[in-house]
Unconditional design. Structure first.
Length: 148
């Protein structure tokens, strides 16, 4: 697939169908209600925190993020990448990096974020490798959980 112009822009309610379709390819299930709720939450946050990547005249990726001020005991403003997804046919073209770069750039300019964080499933090698290539490293926290 040739590299074409990429537009990174804030997500809009009309992007719901495209996001659901990308998620279906990644998760193997349809979660339209889940994504409808996520887009409603995104509408309450500043536009730069929830983004889509467009190329070839279609939406091919998304990123949902937020900024925390001292959450989880981390001092200073931290940009959190909540969710990132890319149509598998468009991997390896720099679109995921473009989404993260736009999130980071806007976070620095508009909220003076000092670092970026995310949580990943260590069993997803491709996700771990993606974030490692972008310069992410293990931080000082570990996730704890228990059944409800």
């Amino acid at each position: 697939m040739s590299r074409k112009a990429v537009l990174i822009r804030p997500i809009e309610p009309s992007d719901l169908t495209a996001v659901v379709q990308i998620d279906e390819k990644l998760a193997g299930q349809t979660r339209k209600e889940y994504w409808q709720t996520r887009l409603e939450i995104a509408a309450l946050r500043p536009p730069w925190m929830s983004l889509v990547a467009e190329t070839d005249g279609r939406i091919v990726g998304f990123l949902f993020g937020w900024v925390g001020e001292s959450e989880f005991g981390i001092a200073g403003a931290t940009g959190w990448i909540d969710l990132i997804g890319l149509d598998p046919r468009y991997r390896g073209l720099g679109l995921g990096r473009a989404l993260v770069d736009r999130f980071v750039q806007s976070g620095r300019e508009l909220r003076a974020i000092e670092k970026i964080a995310t949580l990943i499933d260590l069993g997803q090698d491709d996700v771990r490798e993606f974030f490692t290539r972008l310069g992410f490293r293990h931080g000082p926290m570990i996730q704890l959980e228990k059944p409800a």
